[in-house]
Design a protein around this ligand. Structure first.
Ligand code: SF4
Ligand code: SF4
Length: 372
C-alpha cells in the first residue's frame, strides 16, 4: 500500500476525529502485528491492525474507492483491544474500526452476511423471550422486581442452563428476586455498525424495564457495551463477576477436584474492556481453594477466543482459527477445563471440542444452587 497523498479526509468524513490514529497506524512499522487474533489466524497483511487502519485511512483520503473490496476488512476485528495494549501509543484500533463500520454501513457498504442484521436481532430477542418465559418457575424470578438481571442473548440462545444458574446465583448473593431482561441491549448492532439502531434498542429496553434499583449483567460483552454507551434511565450495570467478588465469603470450596487443571480465560470485554482481571480470579480461586491455572498469555495480554465483533459471521475461518490457537495453548500447558465468563467464548470453545465451562456454573455449584 502506498502512502496516501495529502488531500484532507474527503470520504467517511466523521472519521476526521480519528485522523491522528489513522495516520499513526498507516506509517507505523506494525509493532502490534503479532497481537491480532484475526491476522494470526488468517495471515494476510490487510488483516493486521496496520492493514485495517491503513485501508480505512486510504478510503477516507480518497486514495482507494470507498467500497466493499476495501471496506470489508473493517469487520475483520473482534474488538478485543489486544493491539492497543501492544502499541506504544495505545491507539484505539477497535474503536476506530467500529466507527468506520458505522460510516460504511450508512453508505450501504457491509459484508452481505450482515444485510439482515435487524432480523437477526429480532430472532435473538424472540429466543431470549422464550428462554426468560421458561424461567418463570424459578423461585428467584419476579417479573415485577425493581432488581433486574441482563443475562445476554448469547447465553439465552446457546447456554440456556447457564442463564438459569445466573438467576439463582444473583438471588443467592443478594436475597432479591429478579426480573430477567428479555430485550437486546444493542451490543451486536453496534458491532455491525448500526449505531442508531443499537441506541434505539437500548432506549426501548430502558423504557420496557422502567425504573430499576439495580442491574446485574452476566455477559461481559453486554456489560462493556452498556458501560461504553450508557443508556439513559438504566442504573450503572454491575457484572455478576463483580457482585460475586464483593460477596466472596458466601462461596464454599468445591470438593472432589483433586489435581484437575482448571484454567481461567480472560474474556476481552471483561478484562481489557472493563479492567476486571482480579475479580474472576478471586471468585474462582475461592471456589477451587487454590489459584486457577493460567494461560501464558493472560490479563492485559490475554489472547482472544475469536468470538467477538461478529467475526464468526464475517470471517468464520479466522474466528475458528483464533479459538483453535487459544485451545492449542491450553493443551500445551496440560489441558484440563477452561473456565470463562462470556457466552460467546464459551460457545466457540465448546464448538472446538474443549471442556469449557462458565464461571456461573462454578458459582452455582459452590452456593449449592446448581441442582433443584
Ligand atoms: S496500533 Fe499502534 S503498533 Fe499497531 S499499527 Fe497502529 S500505531 Fe502501530
Ligand atoms: S482489536 Fe483485536 S481483533 Fe481488532 S485489530 Fe486489534 S488485535 Fe485485531
Amino acid at each position: 500500500m502506498s502512502r496516501p497523498d495529502y488531500r484532507p479526509i474527503q470520504n467517511l468524513t466523521p472519521l476526521v476525529t480519528h485522523e491522528r490514529e489513522l495516520e499513526t497506524c498507516t506509517f507505523c512499522p506494525k509493532l502490534c502485528r503479532s497481537a491480532c487474533p484475526v491476522s494470526n489466524a488468517e495471515p494476510r497483511e490487510t488483516l493486521t491492525p496496520w492493514g485495517k487502519m491503513s485501508l480505512v485511512n486510504h478510503m477516507a483520503h480518497g486514495s482507494v474507492p470507498v467500497d466493499l473490496t476495501h471496506g470489508h476488512a473493517a469487520w475483520a476485528c473482534t474488538g478485543c483491544g489486544r493491539c492497543s495494549k501492544a502499541c506504544d501509543q495505545e491507539i484505539p484500533v477497535a474503536q476506530v474500526l467500529q466507527d468506520a463500520r458505522a460510516e460504511l454501513d450508512k453508505l450501504g457498504i457491509r459484508p452481505p452476511v450482515l444485510n439482515n442484521m435487524n432480523d437477526r436481532v429480532d430472532d435473538a430477542e424472540s429466543a431470549m423471550r422464550r428462554s426468560v418465559e421458561a424461567l418463570a418457575d424459578e423461585p428467584a424470578y419476579d417479573a415485577t422486581s425493581p432488581h433486574a438481571i441482563l443475562v445476554g442473548c448469547s447465553y439465552h440462545r446457546h447456554a440456556e442452563e447457564e442463564a438459569r444458574l445466573a438467576l439463582r446465583v444473583v438471588h443467592a448473593l443478594t436475597g432479591h428476586r429478579h426480573r430477567v431482561v428479555s430485550s437486546c441491549c444493542g451490543a451486536s448492532l453496534t458491532a455491525a455498525g448500526k449505531t442508531d439502531a443499537a441506541a434505539e434498542r437500548g432506549r426501548t429496553m430502558a423504557t420496557h424495564l422502567g425504573p430499576l434499583s439495580s442491574l446485574v449483567v452476566v455477559d461481559a460483552g453486554c456489560a462493556h457495551h452498556l458501560v461504553s454507551s450508557p443508556v439513559a434511565g438504566l442504573p450503572t450495570p454491575v457484572t455478576l463477576v463483580e457482585l460475586a467478588s464483593q460477596n466472596l465469603e458466601r462461596f464454599q470450596p468445591a470438593h472432589g477436584l483433586g489435581e484437575e487443571s482448571v484454567r481461567w480465560h480472560d474474556p476481552c470485554h471483561l478484562g481489557r474492556g472493563l479492567g476486571q482481571y482480579e475479580a474472576p480470579r478471586r471468585v474462582l480461586g475461592r471456589i477451587l481453594g487454590r489459584s486457577p491455572d493460567e494461560f501464558a498469555e493472560r490479563r492485559e495480554r490475554s489472547a482472544c477466543s475469536g468470538a467477538g465483533g461478529l467475526l464468526p459471521l464475517t470471517y468464520p475461518e479466522a474466528a475458528r482459527g483464533a479459538a483453535g490457537r487459544r485451545l492449542d495453548e491450553h493443551a500445551e500447558l496440560g489441558g484440563g477445563r477452561v473456565v470463562t465468563a462470556c457466552a460467546s467464548s464459551l460457545r466457540m470453545f465448546r464448538k472446538a471440542g474443549a471442556d469449557a465451562e462458565d464461571l456461573v456454573r462454578w458459582m452455582a455449584r459452590s452456593l449449592g444452587v446448581e441442582r433443584r
